[in-house]
Ligand binder design. Structure first.
Ligand code: DAK
Length: 258
């Protein structure tokens, strides 16, 4: 049985990591199931994804410590690559991915949340990179993404001390965009996703690509990336539709993802 549930609501897909007995910890099977779930996303229809964890206690409590405990060097590298490939796939997935963090987001859990475009969380969420306390480094991109998302100094403090932080501190340092009561988290995620899904899909995808790719290079090169993607929009139906709606003072827009 799959450890990942996939539900579609309108143009929004909801991926739920469902391994509640281990607080949704990521073992190889969960990583495979997440990959398979992403394969199943119909990019013609789905315009935004939400990633969350089953239950009200944990988003993802990390990579599976039981599975990792007996790995050889070669197996450790292979496990790291499997996770990194998946997380990079989420990060570069053509449509936005919102992490709805509903509890523990530790180690690999914090790392998978950071590979998403946007993070929001419940007020019982706990974030941290506890790896050095286990004798390892973060292995699914934590050293890189945390330093880019918050600040190098704050990332170093959190990673070196292995200290967990609560939702309010995660909000204060900019790791999450907003904090909600547990019962308000998914409605808020769905509302945000629907707000994204109603916009011109190709334009939204191009924005994701422009931001992601632009952050990898200097400003002169970054601005050229933006120019090209901006230009591409003028070959789309949805650019004509969006601008016509404005000029005709029409509220309803018929974006067709073309
Ligand atoms: N792995 C496996 N099982 C886990 C788990 C995890 N990360 N976290 C929780 N569980 C399991 C527990 O073992 C327990 O199972 P049973 O004993 O019932 O069979 C069940 O979930 C419930 O957990 P607790 O009984 O511990 O629940 P509590 O409420 O008391 O505590 C907790 C919740 C989240 C504070 C605690 O479970 C905890 O500290 N969990 C571990 C958190 C953690 O350290 N996570 C980071 C893992 S390290 C790499 C690739 C990846 C990584 C590194 C390198 N390369 C290959 C280079 C990533 C590393 C990590 O993510």
């Amino acid at each position: 049985m799959s450890n990942v549930l996939y539900e579609v609501k309108g143009n929004v897909g909801i991926l739920t990591i469902s391994r509640e007995k281990a607080l949704n910890a990521l073992n190889s099977e969960v990583l495979d199931d997440l990959n398979a779930a992403l394969d199943a996303v119909d990019l013609e229809e789905i315009r935004c994804l939400i990633l969350t964890g089953a239950g009200q206690k944990s988003f993802v409590a990390g990579a599976d410590i039981g599975e990792m405990s007996t790995l050889t060097k070669a197996e450790g590298e292979a496990f790291g690559k499997k996770g990194n490939d998946l997380f990079r796939r989420i990060e570069t997935f053509p449509i936005p991915v919102i992490a709805a963090v509903n509890g523990f987001a530790l180690g690999g859990g914090c790392e998978i949340a950071m590979s998403c475009d946007i993070r929001i969380c419940s007020d019982n969420a706990v974030f941290g990179q506890p790896e050095v306390g286990l004798g390892i480094t973060p292995g699914f991109g934590g050293t890189q993404r945390l330093a880019r998302l918050v600040s190098p100094g704050m990332a170093k403090q959190l990673i070196y001390t292995a200290r967990n932080i609560k939702a309010d501190e995660a909000y204060r340092i900019g790791l999450v965009n907003a904090v909600y009561n547990t019962e308000e988290l998914m409605p808020a995620a769905e509302k945000m996703a629907a707000g994204i899904a109603k916009n011109a899909p190709i334009a939204v995808r191009h924005c994701k690509k422009a931001i992601n790719d632009g952050l990898q290079v200097g400003m002169d090169e970054a601005i050229v990336i933006e120019e090209k993607l901006f230009g591409d929009c003028f070959e789309t139906h949805d650019q004509v539709e969006g601008m016509s709606a404005f000029l005709e003072k029409r509220k309803e827009k018929n974006f067709i993802n073309k």
